[in-house]
Design a protein around this ligand. Structure first.
Ligand code: PGA
Length: 257
């Protein structure tokens, strides 16, 4: 059996509106992989946006396996960067490198298929406008894959940020500065970032938010019970007509679906 046929026979344990719960992280990743695969199968040159983080690692692995099994091809796919740390002394563990290491390299994605932010630009505002211009010409994003921060952020859109922004420079919250340490092998000072703003996220044709693990149960419950509220960036997805929120049992453990 191929992974794609496993996906076709996969059922969520529970579904309510935008929210679906899967038995474990592996099944949540398989469902996510299948949804992304369907986008690429229908539109081989789809514009995809993938997040850094531990949550999507299972999905990255399965996307590569599906390609290796011949059920999808990323040969014509295009990729837009979601977010990036700014002012790092050593950039070898930044978001761009994270995705290269965990997905692009194994998937055989060429540099020309990826739109990356230039963190060395003299004027980051100009760099944000460049990303906006790229999305104006090549977008919107067909498939926006996201994780949720412990504080509810999406990309680096921190709590309280305006939802009318396009690509923007941000000052990182204390939570992101400390949780973000997990990406680095040595203590790293995190202060600023650059992110696609909520305007681009909400303009995406399809959004897939993955939430995995019991440590995300509180923020998942807040998201489930909240209406759209700028203090909880992920709640913006409640205004999107094609946003799906996939959780594993651990993340859903404080929600009664
Ligand atoms: P995680 O990161 O997948 O590692 O939990 C998500 C995020 O902080 O946006």
């Amino acid at each position: 059996m191929s992974l794609y046929s496993d996906y076709l026979s996969l059922k969520a344990e529970k579904t309510s509106g935008q929210f679906s719960v899967y038995v474990d992280d592996e099944k949540m990743s398989l469902a996510s992989t299948g949804i992304i695969a369907d986008t690429v199968r229908m539109k081989p040159d789809a514009l995809l946006c993938l997040p850094s983080g531990s949550t999507p690692l299972g999905t990255f692995d399965m996307l590569c396996r599906m390609q290796e099994e011949g059920d999808i091809s990323f040969a014509r796919s295009r990729f837009m960067q979601l977010d990036e740390w700014l002012s790092l002394e050593d950039e070898s563990e930044n978001c761009q490198h994270f995705l290269e290491k965990h997905f692009y390299h194994r998937a055989g994605i060429r540099a020309g298929q990826i739109y990356c932010f230039n963190t060395h630009a003299a004027d980051i505002r100009e760099e944000c406008l460049k990303a906006d211009a790229y999305l104006e010409a090549e977008g919107p994003v067909d498939m926006m894959v996201l994780g949720i921060g412990m504080n509810g952020h999406l990309g680096l859109n921190e709590p309280g940020i305006s939802w009318t922004l396009k690509t923007t420079e941000v000052v990182l919250s204390d939570t992101t500065r400390s949780v973000g340490q997990k990406y680095f092998s040595e203590r790293t000072t995190l202060t600023r970032g650059m992110t696609l703003g909520m305007t681009h996220i909400l303009a995406s044709k399809h959004v897939l938010l993955q939430i995995s693990g019991a440590h995300k149960a509180d923020i998942a419950r807040q998201l489930y019970t909240s209406g759209p509220d700028i203090r909880l960036p992920a709640s913006a997805l409640k205004t999107h007509s094609d946003a799906e929120i996939l959780m594993d049992r651990g993340a859903a453990s404080k929600i009664c679906l």
